[in-house]
Write a new protein. Structure first.
Length: 246
């Protein structure tokens, strides 16, 4: 289980920043009970202006997570140090090596993983993370125990992730952070040859969270209205079997 520095479990919903986001969503999300924050890369203004004071006042209560697509060790160190400098922190809760794929050289990935575990041993990060869209790559990472937490796409359309990857992660006790839970918004629109009412965004997050392997689901609201809708997930009961089937 992922925990903050003061031992609080990660919230079931995690907040992911984006470039076109209302930055006031950050403080509102924290006040509503979200304690997991993810930046795809170095945070940009005005996100930085909202995130920095929050970390200054409530650092031990927050899981701050970030990642990089770089496979160059020196670049990774520079990016880590820049995050420390910008946010004035001395430890990152989860550092993800992002978007592992079949095109990556095995030696490069192994070097990055070893580097991240060295950072963990030194207390520079608390968890080693991996993200991937590619299911076989994710399975290999799980089998080799090459991370503490795996971020993988999972939603109603990803049947193979549900049958193959998630059970393997659960057996390995590697928590999964689900992303693209709305499938980039396409699950919220009427589908061809389907007369049923499309799910809401909250439905999509609740669906992802119904699987016991999923530790939390990432949401990236554009504005306060979307945030308010998505926050319903924090207090909603688990989906029933009938709701999942529907």
């Amino acid at each position: 289980m992922l925990k903050t520095q003061n031992g609080t479990p990660a919230s079931r919903l995690g907040f992911a920043s984006q470039y076109t986001q209302d930055p006031t969503c950050i403080q509102a999300a924290f006040k509503a009970g979200i304690n997991y924050f993810f930046d795809y890369q170095l945070p940009k203004e005005p996100i930085l202006a909202e995130l920095k004071p929050l970390l200054a006042s409530d650092r031990a209560s927050i899981l701050y997570t970030v990642g990089s697509e770089s496979r160059n060790i020196e670049t990774l160190r520079q990016q880590r140090d820049e995050i420390w400098r910008q946010l004035q922190i001395d430890c990152i809760d989860i550092f993800f090596t992002e978007y592992l794929s079949p095109s990556d050289r095995a030696d490069d990935i192994q070097a990055v993983i070893e580097e991240l575990y060295a950072w963990k041993a030194q207390g520079l990060i608390r968890y080693v993370g991996v993200t991937t869209h590619h299911r076989p790559t994710g399975l290999a990472v799980i089998e080799q125990r090459n991370c503490d937490v795996l971020m993988h796409r999972y939603n109603m359309a990803h049947r193979k992730a549900e049958t193959d990857l998630l059970p393997a992660a659960q057996a390995a006790t590697i928590p999964v952070v689900a992303f693209t839970c709305t499938r980039w918004g396409t699950l919220l629109t009427q589908q061809p040859h389907n007369t049923r009412t499309p799910p809401t965004a909250a439905d999509c997050y609740r669906f992802a969270l119904h699987h016991p392997a999923v530790g939390l689901a990432l949401t990236s609201p554009r504005d306060r209205a979307q945030l308010a809708e998505n926050l319903q997930v924090l207090h909603a009961p688990p989906f029933s079997t009938e709701e999942v089937d529907y």
